[in-house]
Design a binder for this molecule. Structure first.
Ligand SMILES: C[S@@+](CC[C@H](N)C(=O)[O-])C[C@H]1O[C@@H](n2cnc3c(N)ncnc32)[C@H](O)[C@@H]1O
Length: 265
C-alpha cells in the first residue's frame, strides 16, 4: 500500500513538473535528490546531524509566537545546501529574505548562521492564501508584523526590515547587495515569483545560494499560476549560470562564477 502511494505521488510529481515546463535535467535532479535523501539521508552522519538540528529547532522555537509551522520540515534540506556551499562557518554573510510572515524562518537563519545579517522584506499584509483558510482571521493578519517583531526581539542589530512588496524593494536595493544567501518565500503567484527569481539572482554573489520555497505548492487552480511554472522558466533562462544544489520540496541553486559558467553551445 505504501509502495503504491509512493509511486502514485512520484507519477503526480513527474506530471506536474512536465506540465509546468520543467526541463529534463531539473526532473532528474529532483528525483535523484529527493529519493536519495528521503530513503538514505538518515544513514549518513551529516543527514543525522541535520535531522537533529531540525528537532532542536522545533524544541527551541516553542517559546515563539506563531500560528503555523510551514518551515521546520525544510531544515535538513537547507542545512545540506548551506554545508555544500560552505556558508555555515562564514562570518559576515549578507542575506535577504523575501516573505517573512511571523519570523519563524528568519529566526532559524539568524540562529543557525550566527555571523549573518538579514534584510527582511514583507508587506506583513499576507498573501492570497492568507485571505482564505485558517490564517486569514483578521486577528492573525492584524498582528502579524507585531508578532514578527516580538519573535525577533533577541536579534536586534542583525536584521533590517523593508515593509512593502518585493517589487518596491528592488528599486531601492542596488547598494545593499550582493547577497550570499537569499530565501524566496513571498507571493507564490508565478507572476511575482518570476520577478523575485530574476531580481534576486541578479543581486546574488557568485557562489551564493538562492532558495525557492514551495516548488510543489498547488494553491492556484491553474497550474501555471503556481511557483513551479516561474521557477522552471527561470531555470531554463539561467541554466548556464547556476547549478542545482538540493531539490526536495524546496529548490536551491548556487550561482556559478563567471569563469565556471557552462558553455551555452
Ligand atoms: C508563506 S509566508 C512566509 C513564511 C515564512 N518565510 C516562514 O517560513 O515562516 C509569505 C509571506 O509573504 C508576504 N508577501 C506576500 N506577497 C508579497 C510581496 N509581493 N512582496 C513581499 N512580501 C509578500 C506575506 O505577507 C507573507 O508574510
Amino acid at each position: 500500500m505504501k509502495l503504491f502511494r509512493v509511486i502514485k505521488h512520484a507519477l503526480w510529481k513527474a506530471g506536474f513538473m512536465r506540465r509546468t515546463g520543467a526541463p529534463f535535467w531539473v526532473v532528474r535532479a529532483h528525483f535523484l535528490s529527493d529519493y536519495f535523501h528521503k530513503h538514505f539521508g538518515g544513514c549518513r552522519e551529516a543527514g543525522r546531524r541535520h535531522r537533529r538540528a531540525r528537532d532542536d529547532f522545533r524544541r527551541s522555537s516553542r517559546h515563539l509566537d506563531f500560528d503555523d509551522d510551514w518551515f521546520s520540515g525544510s531544515v535538513p534540506t537547507l542545512l545540506r545546501a548551506v554545508d555544500k556551499a560552505g556558508l555555515g562557518q562564514r562570518e559576515g554573510l549578507n542575506c535577504l529574505e523575501i516573505g517573512c510572515w511571523q519570523g519563524l524562518s528568519t529566526n532559524f537563519f539568524l540562529t543557525t548562521l550566527s555571523g549573518s545579517r538579514w534584510t527582511c522584506v514583507d508587506t506583513w499584509a499576507g498573501s492570497d492564501e492568507h485571505k482564505s483558510g485558517r490564517c486569514a482571521t483578521q486577528q492573525v493578519l492584524a498582528q502579524v508584523e507585531d508578532t514578527f517583531d516580538a519573535n525577533l526581539s533577541g536579534f536586534r542589530g542583525r536584521y533590517a526590515k523593508h515593509k512593502g512588496t518585493s517589487l518596491s524593494f528592488y528599486s531601492l536595493s542596488a547598494e545593499r547587495g550582493p547577497y550570499d544567501l537569499i530565501f524566496i518565500d513571498g507571493s507564490h503567484h508565478s507572476d511575482d515569483v518570476i520577478v523575485d527569481a530574476v531580481k534576486c539572482f541578479e543581486m546574488l554573489r557568485d557562489g551564493g545560494l538562492l532558495i525557492f520555497d514551495d516548488y510543489f505548492w498547488t494553491y492556484y487552480e491553474r497550474e501555471m499560476d503556481n511557483p513551479a511554472a516561474a521557477i522552471n522558466a527561470f531555470l531554463r533562462l539561467k541554466r548556464q549560470c547556476l547549478e542545482i544544489v538540493c531539490f526536495d520540496y524546496q529548490l536551491i541553486v548556487r550561482k556559478l562564477s563567471s569563469s565556471s559558467r557552462r558553455d551555452s553551445g
